[in-house]
Design a protein around this ligand. Structure first.
Ligand code: GLY
Length: 335
């Protein structure tokens, strides 16, 4: 595994009141990334589109002081972006041409969680998940029940299928090619009081079977937060995440003392060692941060890009990657 591939792709210095400068560059590898002790809140999110989400989270936290509000509002950024094919409005539909959304939110404080699965026609599934957490006795609502709950809560009914995605879906119906989109946003945060929270939102596997639910709304799979330890979130092929409760596993590795990046790596190795397919084909990626403000990520193959932000700083980084060569003989998953 080539740890030196960790690369700073976009570095954005945030001045009070706005983004000041953007300077791509490279940084020497450290033993493990961590934010300065005073650098709170700290947000870590999947993919480059996690960067504007993180920056919105910083803004919202500065105004409200609420980590949950910050997580929710950050995730609403890609949900509202019609050009993002993997999250919310403009997401790739299922095989029937319906955009079905999965999302969850989790508060380390009190181990609270809310989740929606296969939700149609609502712009912000993360906000519906928050309402499930805050206003019901349940953790998860699915399908039409989730939609009726959202409407009863005052969420507007919207058409999430953009003209572009409709056109692509019509072409797909002719050719049945499978797009490779599992670019979920998972965003986890830590504040100065040591409070942890996270959220996750996706339109899931493009042209999936109607009713298919991925890892993203499953607590412990697409997202997990433990108030005493840290938080982790996933992006990639949900079927290869949810069979292993991967985010929970990452948090448990952090509980044992692993740096978040190592916890992500160890989880991928363990999954890859158990799975008959080559690691490169699993298409799974994780972000994590711990209560000390250490953070990291790892993905299969070449890894993936993820975003980190705290006051005065916002970056997109290249994660470490795990290939089959890193798994070792006999499926052994130890370094
Ligand atoms: N990770 C998103 C999904 O597979 O649905």
């Amino acid at each position: 595994m080539n740890l030196s591939r960790r690369r700073f792709i976009h570095t954005t210095a945030l001045a009070a009141g706005g983004i000041a400068v953007s300077s791509p560059g490279y940084a020497a590898m450290s033993e493990g990334l961590s934010a300065p002790e005073a650098a709170r809140p700290l947000f870590v999110a999947t993919w480059p589109f996690g960067q504007p989400a993180n920056e919105r989270s910083l803004e919202v936290f500065a105004g409200s002081g609420s980590l949950l509000d910050a997580v929710e509002e950050g995730i609403k950024v890609p949900e509202a972006d019609p050009d993002n094919a993997s999250v919310g409005l403009g997401g790739i539909p299922n095989a029937d041409g319906a955009v079905q959304l999965d999302a969850c939110i989790m508060d380390g404080e009190g181990q609270r969680a809310g989740s929606v699965a296969a939700l149609e026609g609502i712009l912000h599934p993360i906000s519906v998940a928050r309402r499930v957490m805050d206003d019901t006795k349940h953790v998860m609502l699915a399908g039409e029940g989730a939609r009726q709950f959202a409407l009863a809560q005052g969420f507007a009914s919207v058409d999430l299928l953009t003209d572009q995605r409709r056109g692509e879906w019509e072409q797909w119906r002719e050719k049945q090619h499978q797009p490779d989109n599992h670019d979920t946003i998972a965003l986890v945060g830590l504040d100065a009081d040591g409070r942890l929270a996270g959220g996750c939102s996706t339109s899931g596997w493009g042209y999936k079977l109607p009713g298919r639910v991925g890892d993203s709304p499953i607590i412990g799979s697409g997202l997990y937060v433990d108030a005493q330890v840290g938080a982790a979130g996933a992006t990639g092929l949900g079927e290869n995440v949810m069979r292993y409760c991967a985010s929970f596993l990452i948090v448990e590795y952090m509980r044992q003392g692993l740096h978040p990046e190592d916890a992500c790596l160890e989880t991928i190795r363990r999954i890859a060692a158990a799975d008959p397919r080559p690691a490169e084909d699993l298409a799974i990626n994780f972000v994590a941060l711990d209560k000390q403000g250490r953070y990291g990520a790892a993905g299969t193959g070449q890894g993936f890009e993820y975003a980190v932000a705290y006051p005065g700083y916002s970056e997109v980084l290249q994660s470490t990657g795990v290939s089959n060569a890193d798994i070792g003989p006999e499926g052994g998953n130890r370094r």
